[in-house]
Design a protein around this ligand. Structure first.
Ligand code: ADP
Ligand code: MG
Length: 355
């Protein structure tokens, strides 16, 4: 496996910055995801690693060597796109063999490597089919086999599961992760789906406007987001905007005092801040809790069954609502219109500057 080092790479399109002095050190054999909303520069970053685009500034090193100036086929990198781009008139085996034939690999070796690559994605029995005779998920497996057959040291994947329906996508997530672990290839995986990034990645680089906002493992990204942007993009959040108290102990919002477990140091007293509490940390009760911080009284305006969890929407005053999510077996028996108390532990409160 090869490591990929991006050193201050910048890409502009007609003056507009798509990737902004981005630096990232991807470890050999790592599953790294680039996560962010549409337009934040994920694809452009991937295309520069692949060699389809050239940075205006900065350096790219693969396995320790600068690849600037090297064409894509010399980089020992392969890309899998969302659109599978298989040749429709060729069989599965011919599609997978194509690149090897171009490189004049011997017939016997091609047969063996195509068989092995199709085996990895469990498509051996489809070798003689045409792409048009297969489902989207099967076509995407073939596209993956076609990339793996070249034995790249780095595989770049640009929203490869984006076109699949949810159940198939979740199956493929597990399989991709398994294949990556077995082969030990470095995966750089682009997605705008936070659940997908959280479930598959060794580390996630959360991108914003061409830069990396936070680089960390899934646990850290979820439980200790570096900014309100990351907190909002990964998982659901309830935000309470307010002002940090003079003693730095809490954020005074219109509906309640929100108090974290430790003194607020990231925002000065008297300055506006955003406190965040995830829905799974919000308790709902019909009796008033005996605390007057981290508590808010409201009215149930929505109840949704999500299978394993139940979700409650609680409105305070006229302009604010928060979401509470409870495991279905422990969910409170409340309905729309009920007056309830929401509460949460100080340990679940995070405070961010407003940006
Ligand atoms: P993402 O993959 O995160 O959705 P992209 O890397 O595709 O984002 O795009 C980043 C920014 O660069 C966007 O503003 C997009 O419009 C712009 N962009 C990307 N490719 C081109 C191009 N070929 N020509 C002009 N602008 C582009
Ligand atoms: Mg993209």
């Amino acid at each position: 496996a090869g490591g990929v080092v991006l050193e201050g790479i910048t890409k502009r399109y007609s003056g507009q910055v798509a990737v902004d002095a981005l630096s990232l050190d991807i470890r050999p054999g790592e599953f790294l995801s680039l996560l962010g909303p549409s337009g934040c520069g994920k694809t452009t970053t991937l295309r520069m690693i692949a060699g389809f685009e050239h940075p205006d500034a900065g350096d790219i090193r693969i396995s320790g060597r600068s690849v600037l100036g090297q064409p894509p086929f010399k980089r020992n990198v392969n890309t899998v796109f969302q659109a599978y781009a298989l040749f429709p008139h060729m069989t599965v085996a011919q599609n997978v063999a194509y690149g090897l034939q171009q490189r004049r690999v011997g017939k016997a070796e091609i047969r063996e490597r195509v068989g092995a690559a199709l085996g990895m994605v469990q498509m051996r029995s489809f070798a003689d089919r045409k792409p048009t005779e297969m489902s989207g998920g099967q076509q995407q497996r073939v596209a993956l086999a076609r990339a793996l057959v070249n034995r790249p040291s780095v595989l770049l994947l640009d929203e490869p599961l984006g076109a699949l329906d949810r159940q198939l996508r979740e199956e493929m997530q597990l399989e991709l992760k398994l294949i990556q672990a077995q082969l030990g290839i470095t995966f750089v995986f682009v997605t705008h789906d936070q659940g997908e990034a959280l479930s598959m990645s060794d580390r996630i680089a959360v991108m914003r406007a061409g830069r990396i906002e936070q680089l960390a493992d899934s646990d850290t990204i979820y439980s200790a987001p570096a900014s309100a942007y990351v907190a909002a993009f990964v998982g659901q959040q309830n935000f309470f905007d307010g002002t940090v108290t003079a003693d730095g102990s809490g954020v005074e919002s219109a509906h309640t005092m929100v108090r974290p477990a430790t003194r607020i140091t990231q925002v000065a007293p008297g300055v506006d801040a955003r406190a965040a509490v995830r829905p799974e940390f919000v308790q709902i009760s019909t009796e008033r809790p005996d605390s007057d911080v981290n508590v808010a009284q409201g009215r149930i305006i929505g109840v949704s069954h999500l299978g394993e969890t139940m979700q409650f929407l609680v409105q305070f005053g006229s302009d604010m609502s928060i979401i509470a999510r409870r495991p279905t077996p422990d969910a409170p028996r409340v309905s729309i219109g009920d007056t309830v108390w929401c509460s949460w532990r100080a340990e679940s409160v995070q405070v961010f500057p407003i940006d």
